[in-house]
Design a protein around this ligand. Structure first.
Ligand code: NCD
Length: 339
C-alpha cells in the first residue's frame, strides 16, 4: 500500500513488508518519544482526535505522538459534546471536520463506523477502535512490543511463536486485530482461552488456520499457559453485552496472578494486556501481584504506542525523511524514564 494520504482502518490492509517498515520508522522515533530530541516536522499540522467511547491510552498517546512531531491537536470526546447528539450524520461530520484537520483519529462504538466516516473525509482517518471490530494501531503496537520483548531476551522474530490470548475474545477488538496481523507471519501457535460464549469469531480462527497457524481453543486458564512465549490477557468488554447481568457472568473468570504464572508459565513468558486492566476485586484479570515481574510488559507496551503512532503519522503525512532535519536537543532536564 501507499502510506502517504491513506486511511488506516483495518489490519487487513497491510502486507508483511509494510509492517516491518512501520516498525523501522517506529524505531527511528525513539529519541523524540523518549524526550532526548525535539522535532517540529509537523509544525502547522492539526490532528482531529475524535473519541466517542472512553479512552485513556489511545486518545492521549495519539495526541502526544502528534505533538511530539510538532503538530497541534484538536479533540472532542463523547457524543454529547458534538452535533452527532443533534442528529448529524457521520457523513456531514466527516465533511466538516476534515476541513479543519490534516488527519483524523476516530473511536466509535459501532463496527464499521470509522470506515463510513473515512469514506466522507477529505483527509486520512485512523481507526482508533470501532466497536468490537478492530483496533489496528493497538495490534501494531502489540506486535512491536512482542518483537522488542523477544529481542530483549536475545530472541529474534515473530515466526514460530506460541501466543495465548485470554479473556473476552468475542468482543475484544484488540485480539481481533492482533490475530489478523499474525496471519501475515508463519508457523504461530495460538492458544485461545475464553469462556465458550466468548470465543474468538469463527472467521478469525479460520483465517489463522488458513495462514498455516495452529489454533487450540480452551476454556481453562492454568494448563493452557504451559509453553507459551506470550500471555496476552484482556478485559471482559462489559460495555458490549446486551445487559450488565450477562457480562457479570464472566467477570473474574480468568485471573492471571503470581501463583498461576509461577506454577504454569515459563520463567520468561511475556505478560501483555492492552489495558485498561479491570482491577476491581471481582474482576482482576491481571493481578497487581505481578507488578514487579520483569516480564510484565504492559507499561512498556503502552509506551510503545507513542512510537508506533508517531510512525503512522509520519508515514501518512509523508515526512519520515524530514523528521531528523527539523530536530534539535530538548531544552529541559529529562530523566531517563524509558526502558
Ligand atoms: C482496548 C480498547 O479500547 O479496545 N484499550 C485500548 O485501546 N488499549 C481494550 C479494552 O478496552 O479492554
Amino acid at each position: 500500500m501507499k502510506f502517504a494520504g491513506s486511511h488506516i482502518l483495518s489490519i487487513s490492509q497491510f502486507e508483511r513488508a509494510e509492517i516491518e517498515h512501520i516498525f523501522e520508522v517506529a524505531d527511528r522515533m525513539a529519541p523524540y518519544a523518549h524526550r532526548q530530541r525535539i522535532t517540529r516536522v509537523l509544525d502547522g499540522a492539526i490532528l482531529g482526535n475524535m473519541f466517542f467511547e472512553p479512552s485513556t491510552r489511545t486518545r492521549i498517546s495519539f495526541g502526544c505522538a502528534f505533538n511530539l512531531l510538532g503538530g497541534e491537536v484538536r479533540e472532542t470526546t463523547g457524543f454529547e459534546a458534538t452535533s452527532l447528539a443533534k442528529g448529524e450524520s457521520l457523513y456531514d461530520t466527516a465533511r466538516v471536520l476534515s476541513g479543519y484537520s490534516d488527519v483524523i483519529v476516530m473511536r466509535h462504538p459501532a463496527g464499521g463506523s470509522v470506515a463510513e466516516f473515512a469514506a466522507a473525509s477529505r483527509v486520512p482517518v485512523i481507526n482508533g477502535g470501532d466497536g468490537a471490530n478492530e483496533h489496528p494501531s493497538q495490534a501494531l503496537l502489540d506486535l512491536y512490543t512482542i518483537r522488542k520483548e523477544l529481542q530483549h531476551q536475545g530472541r529474534d522474530g515473530i515466526d514460530g511463536l506460541h501466543i495465548a490470548m485470554i479473556g473476552d475474545l468475542r468482543y475484544g477488538r484488540t485480539v481481533h486485530s492482533l490475530s489478523k496481523l499474525l496471519c501475515l507471519f508463519s508457523n504461530i501457535q495460538l492458544t485461545l482461552i475464553s469462556p465458550q460464549e466468548l470465543r474468538m469469531p469463527a472467521e478469525i480462527v479460520d483465517a489463522l488456520r488458513s495462514a498455516g497457524h495452529t489454533v487450540v481453543e480452551s476454556d481453562t486458564l492454568e494448563q493452557s499457559l504451559a509453553h507459551v512465549d506470550i500471555a496476552y490477557a484482556t478485559r471482559i468488554q462489559e460495555e458490549r453485552f446486551a445487559t450488565l447481568d450477562e457480562a457479570l457472568l464472566y467477570r473474574g473468570r480468568y485471573r492471571l496472578n503470581k501463583k498461576i504464572y509461577t506454577q504454569f508459565c515459563q520463567p520468561n513468558t511475556v505478560i501483555m494486556h492492552p489495558l485498561p486492566r479491570d482491577s476491581r476485586a471481582e474482576a482482576n484479570e491481571l493481578d497487581n501481584d505481578l507488578n514487579d515481574n520483569p516480564n510484565l510488559a504492559i507499561f512498556r507496551q503502552a509506551d510503545n504506542g507513542v512510537l508506533v503512532r508517531m510512525a503512522l503519522f509520519a508515514l501518512i503525512l509523508d515526512v519520515v525523511e524530514q523528521v531528523d532535519s527539523h530536530a534539535r536537543d530538548v531544552n529541559w532536564y529529562t530523566e531517563r524514564r524509558f526502558e
